[in-house]
Structure formats: structure tokens, C-alpha cells
Design a protein. Structure first.
Length: 240
């Protein structure tokens, strides 16, 4: 029986796991070996479905979970969900290993530095496949308003985005030269965060993702990516 109901974001690739925000939660659940069921929402209906669950008046976003072991208690936001899972499911593998501040720093670093060049590699694919024609038009208008430019201009040149990515991933690459995982020799939430953003590119632009993994002309990132497969796919326990 599922302990968690998990809401994921679907675009015009049914069942595709792609959203980095929701992958943060999906992979954390996998790492902690917490059973869950997936409910799919999309850009067209999340504005009605999510408020009906949270009843908080907050902006309707995913990820969101309902804790089925605590009267369907809703928790929104990937970081808040990770903290909640760590505190409320203590008899499962740890996400933070007693170093929550280190993982929060890494979470913020990835959001501030790594997300942008990766997102630019896939944004036009997302825009083409965001949903119905009406949703596609809304997505473009909404995002262009946020970015202050056309999506094509925002996406820029893939080679330039990869060059930026090489710079911002350098500290992580250096750690992975000596350790199996981002924060040492034991897998943790930081690995799930980085894997979430990599998953976005692997799912939507697999050819470009090959360039991401080989950006330093070695196998360091590729070997780490392979070590995270069990947590990305959930193959350690049937639940997807």
C-alpha cells in the first residue's frame, strides 16, 4: 500500500519523467524507499487541482505530496518535502546524513547556477509540447513575459550553454573525481537534486545530454550518473 501520493507534471509525452522540480521529490522517495503512487497533472489543470489539495492560497506548483499515513496531509515545494520526509520517515535511508545545511547549500547552488544553462537546452522542446494548443500559447506568453525576451532568444546557442555549464559544474566534477557521490561516499539528497536536472535534459534532448556527460572529456559525470540509476528509476522497489 502506498504511503505517499505524489503529483508529477506531464507534457505531451505521456508518462515521461522529465520535470526537475518533481524529480527532486520522486528520487528522494526512491532513495528513502518510501512507497508512493503517482498522480499526473499538466500545465492546463494544475491551477485547479493543486489549490483543491493545498487549500493554502499559495501559488499552484508541483511537486506536491499527500502523506497517506497522516490523513492525506499535503506538503508543497521540493525542499520542504525533502525535510518532511526526513523527519517523518526516520526508519528509512537518510537524505541528509545529519548535514542538512550542506544539502541546502547545494540545492540553492544548483538552482542559482546550474539550472539556467540546462533549462536553455530544453526550453523550446517544452514550449512545443506543453499541452493543448491553448496551453502551448499560454506557456510561451507566460515564459516570455518572465524572461523579458522571446524563448528563442532566451534559449540561445547550445554550445554557449554547454560552455557555461562546464564552468558551473567544475566544483562538482572535482568532488566526483575523488568520491562516489556529491557529498562523499554515501548517496544523499544532493545527488538526487543534480540527477533531477540532468534527467530533464536526458528525457527531452538525449543527444545533447551525451554532450553534458562528456563535457570534461572523461567519464567522471557518466560514472556518477550510472551510480544514481537505481534511485532515478526506482528499480530498488516496484512503485512507479
Amino acid at each position: 500500500m502506498a504511503q505517499i501520493r505524489f503529483y508529477d507534471l506531464e507534457i505531451n509525452y505521456p508518462g515521461l519523467v522529465w520535470s526537475p522540480n518533481t524529480c527532486n521529490t520522486r528520487f528522494a522517495l526512491n532513495l528513502k524507499n518510501i512507497s508512493y503512487e503517482t498522480k499526473w497533472v499538466n500545465f492546463g489543470n494544475l491551477h485547479t487541482i493543486i489549490p483543491s489539495i493545498t487549500k493554502s492560497g499559495e501559488r499552484p506548483t508541483v511537486p506536491i505530496i499527500e502523506d497517506l499515513t497522516h490523513d492525506n496531509k499535503p506538503i508543497q515545494d521540493s525542499w520542504k518535502i525533502a525535510v518532511y520526509l526526513e523527519e517523518n520517515f526516520p526508519n528509512t535511508p537518510s537524505l541528509f546524513h545529519g548535514n542538512i545545511g550542506v544539502h541546502k547549500f547545494f540545492y540553492d547552488y544548483i538552482s542559482a547556477k546550474v539550472l539556467s544553462p540546462l533549462f536553455k537546452l530544453v526550453v523550446l522542446n517544452i514550449a512545443r509540447n506543453a499541452g493543448t494548443p491553448e496551453v502551448i500559447a499560454w506557456f510561451r506568453e507566460n515564459r516570455e513575459k518572465i524572461f523579458g525576451r522571446s524563448l528563442e532568444t532566451f534559449a540561445g546557442n547550445p554550445d554557449e550553454n554547454l560552455a557555461t555549464l562546464k564552468q558551473v559544474l567544475a566544483p562538482i566534477h572535482n568532488v566526483l573525481k575523488e568520491h562516489s557521490f556529491v557529498t562523499g561516499d554515501i548517496v544523499g539528497y544532493s545527488d538526487m537534486v543534480l540527477a533531477s536536472y540532468f534527467t530533464m535534459v536526458e528525457a527531452l534532448e538525449p543527444e545533447l545530454f551525451k554532450s553534458v556527460l562528456s563535457i570534461y572529456n572523461d567519464d567522471i559525470l557518466r560514472n556518477w550518473w550510472n551510480r544514481t540509476e537505481i534511485y532515478r528509476t526506482g528499480n530498488n522497489s516496484p512503485r512507479l
